[in-house]
Ligand binder design. Structure first.
Ligand code: 13P
Ligand code: SF4
Length: 315
């Protein structure tokens, strides 16, 4: 009882601070249910990027991981962007350090690569790219790449190979991966399919090809919502990070969602996403720290490919 009351107090305090700070709370689909409840907007990386660009709030409290908050800052240099836990990173971002990409591009300068970066990367990497994409618009963005240039796709090799399958466009792939999504295996998903033979399988494109081949639908987290709303099938196996189940159960209360298991367990938690808590959200609104910032030169160079993505995504 005491714990429930204090969580209520915390939520009340967050709402009051949000008002006092003229803040907006943007929340990714992988956050815990209590944080999702407080979001002015809850969605995928693409929806969050649009909302971050369009907000007229003075402060953006970003409940997600660092690259997402950094994206909000890139398009809002004049606003304060806070992230409840400054250490909420991403294995994909870590797999492609900007100096390594810069050295690779220099060593392969004769190729004249058109560089497409999945949004799960640092501002430094974005600054080296021609255009950004998310899992929600990657096919569209790759289809609009100049036909006469070779494409380098960074940092997610799994998303990249899925986009190649969808578009027929060959790309050179940076060998990064999401440590959560590669834990799903052909065996673990085949087993759960045997248990629920009538269920559909919906997987995120960060999964390996072996897992994607077992899926009825491969899509971004936000598209999972519309897919599940529109299918008449009741049992759906969800092959992505666990936080997604909160959102799906709220938006599709009549469906039975089955968490896709890994070989080890049924809990596909992203340790970075789960670093944010209600307490830390309250603290970051109270202290306006930890802030997400970057030097102006990097921000300016990272902004161009990001705005190009937002434009091309409307086509
Ligand atoms: P979405 O853009 O599909 O929400 O994916 C973000 C992410 O980090 C997936 O692991
Ligand atoms: Fe990064 Fe994977 Fe976590 Fe998404 S789930 S934030 S890709 S580590």
């Amino acid at each position: 009882m005491v714990a429930a009351a204090s969580s209520l107090d915390l939520k009340q305090e967050i709402l009051e601070l949000k008002k006092a700070r003229n803040a907006v709370i943007l929340v990714h689909n992988y956050q815990t249910g209590d944080i999702q409840e407080l979001g002015d907007y809850v969605g995928d990386s693409l929806g969050l990027a649009y909302h971050a660009k369009d907000t007229d709030a003075d402060v953006i409290a970003f409940c997600g991981v660092h690259f997402m908050a950094e994206t909000a800052k890139i398009v809002n240099p004049g606003k304060i962007v806070v992230l409840p836990d400054a250490d909420a990173g991403c294995s994909l971002e870590q797999s492609c350090p900007a100096p390594e990409l810069e050295a690779f591009l220099k060593a392969n300068a004769e190729k004249n690569y058109y560089v497409i970066a999945y949004i799960n990367c640092s501002a430094g990497v974005k600054a080296l790219c021609d255009v950004i994409c998310t899992s929600g618009n990657a096919v569209k963005i790759v289809n609009q790449a100049p036909a006469d240039r070779p494409i380098l796709f960074v940092p997610d090799a799994n998303l990249g190979s899925w986009v190649m399958e969808q578009t027929g466009r060959k790309m050179d792939l940076w060998q990064g991966s999401c440590y959560v999504h590669v834990e799903f295996t052909r065996d673990s998903i085949s087993k759960i399919k045997e248990e629920y033979p009538d269920a559909l399988v919906v997987a995120h494109p960060e999964c390996t090809q072996a897992v994607r081949l077992l899926a009825d639908e491969v899509c971004s987290t936000e598209k999972m919502i519309t897919f599940c709303q529109n299918t008449p099938v009741k049992d759906i196996i969800i092959v992505t990070e666990s936080g997604m189940l909160n959102r799906l159960r709220k938006e599709c209360p009549d469906k039975n969602f089955i968490p896709g298991p890994t070989d080890r367990c049924a809990c596909a938690d992203c340790r970075y996403m789960k670093m944010n808590t209600l307490q830390k959200l309250r603290d970051c609104l109270a202290n306006l720290e930890p802030r997400v910032d970057m030097d102006e030169e990097t921000r300016r160079r990272a902004e161009a490919p990001l705005l190009r993505m937002l434009e091309q995504s409307k086509n």
